[in-house]
Design a protein around this ligand. Structure first.
Ligand SMILES: [Zn+2]
Length: 484
């Protein structure tokens, strides 16, 4: 039963007529001051879940977000919708800006803040004096996902929440298995029984799934594909260097409008590339996983992975940028035997080994600002939290096993001959309901051809590929005689 008042506010403030699945339940939980864990697929309008109740409740909505681009993006969107009482506090804010926001904190409706910034004592003191309508932890799976974006600071949000006197909390995520969801609740000190879980399927039926196993010809397969696929696309790489190189090749050798995007770009360049991609001046983005959070381009038609991602969560998150407009798109994973070792190497560099952890504990190394090495950072986190050495070691070793299992699952996904969609959903304890047409490369071996440019001209999708003479004739309506 849709609440009419809520719908009126939805129209007035956000210019939408109807709620998307899950939104209304999340809003109602917030309005009833009930803690919630909300899992909605990427692109399903998660921000409305906390912004709308923000307008109906007295007090400030604090949104902790791990990603700066996402924060900026949300602030700009709210401002464009006429909201003036919104600000973001993070490492990009200038000192003057911080001071200004700090002084006007009591006037704000929405405060976006990085997990590092919210820990500052003076800020916490001020926040404690204010009425907090809702405490939102965005991308909550980062609490558990000790991967590339891991920040020890995210694990402190439970403590922050307690210091703020346990305000109504909403943990938001797009992809989390049941065990990760439990970990989120535990870490945020949310009551297991009383927290409302609003879980929607991670399955995005508009996105068709293909795995292409290559045999020493991955680059060729990639260029072939991007020359044929229609619409805008993102190609994900695990290496910045390769992202640069391939973008260059696609531009110079194939005349494609391609740019690379990764953490070495300046903020200005990032914004420029994003904007050009959104208005279709750029057709292809060669990116590392730094790209995509908060990018609201509805008509991305394909996402290609040049390297296999570390886990199904990350894969789903990244392909989720495809087809936000609900029209069909394709996710293609290019795989070459041995690719898994690249991920293994990357993972080895993510967690401290026994001797490093031992060294950090012996020397009682504590966290200092701007630590470079994430491995050291993780060790220091445990020292800071005064967790005994043996417990820390046990947890880190468990973490390593978990990561290995996740990578194994990706590898099995690659070689799985049954339905790829069913296999991927199984990881999230889900089954396929109403299998879509052209589901995956196991269900339809010539899947990608539905997404090739020639398709537009073909009247019958099942026609065999025509030779050049016939196509030429069709195009120019030339009859047989004049060709010979
Ligand atoms: Zn399938």
């Amino acid at each position: 039963m849709v609440d009419k008042t809520l719908e009126q506010i939805l129209l007035k403030k956000f210019n939408y007529r109807t709620f998307r699945p899950g939104q209304e339940e999340a809003i109602l939980a917030a309005l009833q001051s009930q803690d919630s864990l909300v899992m909605l697929p990427t692109g399903s309008g998660k921000s409305i879940c906390y912004q709308l109740p923000g307008y109906m409740k007295e007090g400030l909505v604090v949104i902790v977000s791990p990603l700066l681009s996402l924060m900026q993006d949300q602030v700009e969107k709210l401002k464009a919708n006429g909201e003036r009482q919104v600000a973001a506090l993070n490492s990009l804010s200038s000192r003057a800006e911080k001071n200004r926001i700090f002084k006007q904190l009591h006037l704000l409706k929405f405060l976006y803040i990085s997990p590092e910034m919210i820990q500052f004592d003076f800020l916490m003191q001020r926040l404690k004096q204010l009425k907090i309508a809702l405490f939102v932890v965005d991308e909550a799976h980062c609490i558990s996902q000790w991967g590339m974006d891991f920040r020890p600071d995210y694990l402190k949000m439970g403590e922050i929440r307690r210091k703020l006197n346990n305000p109504t909390t909403m943990a938001l995520t797009a992809t989390a298995t049941e065990s990760v969801r439990n970990e989120i609740k535990e870490s945020l000190h949310m009551n297991h029984e009383e927290t409302q879980e609003i879980i929607h399927s991670v399955d995005r039926k508009a996105i068709k799934l293909k795995v292409a196993i290559c045999d020493g010809n991955k680059k060729e397969r990639l260029t072939e594909l991007v020359n044929q696929l229609k619409g805008a696309g993102v190609i994900y790489f695990s290496s910045k260097k390769l992202a640069d190189e391939i973008a260059e090749t696609l531009r110079t050798d194939h005349g494609l409008k391609a740019e690379s995007y990764h953490s070495d770009l300046t903020v200005d360049d990032k914004v420029k590339v994003q904007q050009q991609f959104i208005d279709n001046t750029i057709q292809l983005i060669c990116a590392t996983s730094a790209f995509g959070m908060g990018i609201d381009k509805p008509d991305i038609r394909f996402v290609i992975h040049y390297h296999m991602p570390a886990n199904p969560e990350m894969y789903l998150q990244e392909i989720g940028r495809c087809s936000r407009d609900g029209k069909e798109g394709i996710a293609i994973l290019l795989f070459e035997a041995g690719d898994q070792y690249l991920q293994m190497r990357l993972q080895e560099n993510a967690l401290p080994d026994e001797s490093l952890l031992n060294y950090i504990y012996k020397n009682n190394l504590k966290i200092k600002a701007e630590q470079a090495d994430p491995k050291v950072q993780i060790g220091q986190f445990y020292v800071n939290a005064e967790i005994p050495y043996n417990v820390a070691l046990y947890q880190i070793q468990n973490r390593e096993k978990l990561k290995q299992n996740q990578l194994d699952y990706m590898l099995k996904y690659v070689y799985h001959t049954g339905c790829k969609r069913a296999f991927l959903l199984h990881y999230f304890d889900e089954a396929v309901m109403n299998k879509p047409a052209n589901c995956c490369s196991s269900c339809d071996p010539s899947l990608e051809q539905h997404f090739f440019s020639e398709d537009i001209e073909r009247t019958n999708k099942n026609t065999e590929k025509l030779d050049w003479k016939t196509r030429f004739k069709q195009l120019y309506k030339i009859d047989e005689e004049s060709m010979n």
